[in-house]
Design a protein around this ligand. Structure first.
Ligand SMILES: *[C@@H]1O[C@H](CO)[C@@H](O)[C@H](O)[C@H]1NC(C)=O
Ligand SMILES: *[C@@H]1O[C@H](CO)[C@@H](O)[C@H](O)[C@H]1NC(C)=O
Length: 254
């Protein structure tokens, strides 16, 4: 009797062992699928520590970053496409965006306007066509007369210069804080900044950061108020954010 029972029990024990195997394997799977990326992103968080804005760890230095950005901006094939096939199509889309902003009274013909990271300047051309004649762009590579040379981390303009600034290259900022501080510095009090950003889609390989909510921008635009956000379809960018720089604070008596 004794021997029969032990012979029967052996396969049973193996069966239980097999059933408990997943209990040991699942934690490993979970660790490698979730634990590892979290570990990586913690290293790439900006000084603000907001996990919804992550600096990509691909640039060892500012010089390496500029070199990579120039590679795209100076690519002769891309420049050819931007100034021919892309030209009218992009101007049409930008014209619709700026016309909408005029209807909302966030932009007018008399606005002094800047487009940040404008490349060959289709957005500048669109602004001029809707009547905003005092418009200019900046980029690392100039494209006269629409686009002047300038790094958005250090804008070549005096404080309180513009009524309106537009950009769809926030994802290219290696130092997002500087990008925002420069906008707030060069906007006049009451001036409007319109950003097109990607929250739900991942931008291209030239991007320097990834943004996952509007939170980090609201924090960085501390001298401005958020006017609204809305979904848009703008060349791979899905969200429009509008900020207005606060008027100089009037100190009131008690
Ligand atoms: C603004 O400029 C456009 C284009 O030149 C013109 O059609 C429009 O009437 C102007 N708007 C105002 C309010 O002057
Ligand atoms: C321009 O603005 C910056 C930041 O707001 C400030 O630190 C600086 O003193 C200002 N420069 C001038 C010339 O007012």
């Amino acid at each position: 009797m004794k021997t029969i029972r032990s012979v029967m029990a052996k396969p049973l024990k193996h069966k239980y062992l097999l059933l408990t195997l997943p209990l040991f394997i699942i934690p490993f799977i979970l660790f490698f699928s979730f634990g590892y990326p979290h570990h990586q992103t913690n290293r790439n968080q900006p000084p603000s520590g907001d996990p919804d804005l992550r600096i990509r760890p691909v640039y060892p230095s500012y010089e390496a970053y500029i070199k990579q950005q120039l590679k795209k901006t100076l690519n002769p094939k891309l420049r050819q496409v931007w100034t021919t096939k892309d030209w009218d199509r992009k101007i049409q889309v930008f014209t619709a965006f700026f016309t909408d902003l005029k209807h909302k009274r966030l932009l007018s013909n008399s606005s002094k306007a800047l487009c940040i990271g404008a490349r060959v300047g289709q957005e500048v051309e669109a602004l001029k066509r809707v009547g905003v004649t005092d418009s200019v762009g900046i980029d690392l590579v100039p494209y006269p007369p629409l686009v002047l040379q300038g790094d958005f981390h250090c804008q070549p303009f005096e404080n309180n210069t513009f009524d309106f600034e537009f950009s769809n290259v926030f994802d290219h900022a290696l130092y997002p804080n500087k990008f925002v501080d420069e906008i707030q510095r060069t906007l006049k009090p009451g001036g409007v900044c319109v950003l097109h950003v990607a929250l739900y889609q991942r931008p291209d390989k030239y991007s320097a950061n990834d943004l996952y909510s509007v939170g980090p921008l609201v924090t960085m635009f501390h001298g401005s108020e958020l006017v609204y956000t809305r979904p848009v379809d703008g060349f791979g960018l899905d969200t429009e954010l509008v900020f207005r720089k606060r008027e100089n604070k009037v100190i009131r008596g008690p």
